[in-house]
Design a protein around this ligand. Sequence first.
Ligand code: NAD
Length: 331
Amino acid sequence: MSELRVAVIGVGAMGAFHVDSLAHRVRGARVAVVADADADRAAGVAAGVGARVETDPIAAITADDVDAVVLASPGAAHEKQVLACLEAGRPVLCEKPLTMDEPSALAVVRAEAATGRRLVQVGFMRRFDREYAALRALVESGGIGDPLMLHCVHRNPAVPEHFTSVFAMADSVVHEVDCTRFLLGEEITAVTVLTPRASSASPAGNADPMLVLFETASGRLVDVESFVRTGVGYEVRTELVAERGQATIGLDQNLVLRSAGRWGGSLAPDFVVRFGQAYDTQMQAFVDAAARGTVAGPGAWDGYAAVAVCAAGVQAVTTGRRVEVRLGERP
Ligand code: NAD
């Protein structure tokens, strides 16, 4: 196959970034087809990269001139579209969340297993970030001994009004769920959410910041500070505490400037700046694997586990109780 022909479904903020990545920064692929519920948006994005437009996303997924699919439609559309990819035997990079609830996510896991192939990659791009990859390699090497705890920070400078504590769980804490599973190599078994005094910027009845605690199968503890209205910058940090050392990533130390009597670095304004390299590396890995008829990195089970842990997290933040995670059987 000379160039992988990709259909991109949903070309809002994330999908448009993926189109740009495929067209300008990733080797071995081109955007062949674009589909979006907003026809004008689809036409505009397609024209920029010489792709054609399909109005029906399922027709784009099954088209003869498509080899692989990138799904960046809203989460509620993923289930139907990812199942269509499986039925058509097309490798798919599906943005998180895999689906909106546990039964449908498990149904996707089973549908993929029935194909006998790995066809679903879920867009947990942090696994492709250089710093996260280095931390995982350190854990695997055993260099600082057995990991015991993770301290995670997820801070946004500002978010829209609809960004409630429940929304934050599914939209941003979900990445910490996957990082925990990726770095520690085990499942999360329980979630507790503690809510300190709320920021005056937090909408009434919402917990911002919140402290999310994960327990893992082997008894490790992970704390996540989720604070999405800091007014400061986009900050994602992780400290791993192990038996013989600690390791920290996300210190924003790319450039330390001395000027006009001051000293310091700068914070990324948003996730695209902080994780731009990770999104592109993720896409390159997807394209390389899809050219061989498969996928790379986090798969359907990882997407399902994240949906299940976030569902427990939503229950924990709404009831104030510790909620156990009970995963279905892995096929
Ligand atoms: P967005 O609202 O900017 O874009 C969504 C696009 O999908 C819109 O253009 C909309 O018209 C279109 N659309 C709506 N229904 C559709 C359907 N049924 N079929 C095809 N297109 C449809 O949203 P976004 O921020 O780009 O988010 C898209 C997905 O990407 C979500 O699942 C989101 O969680 C995920 N996302 C992931 C990350 C990450 O860090 N991995 C970051 C941002 C968004």
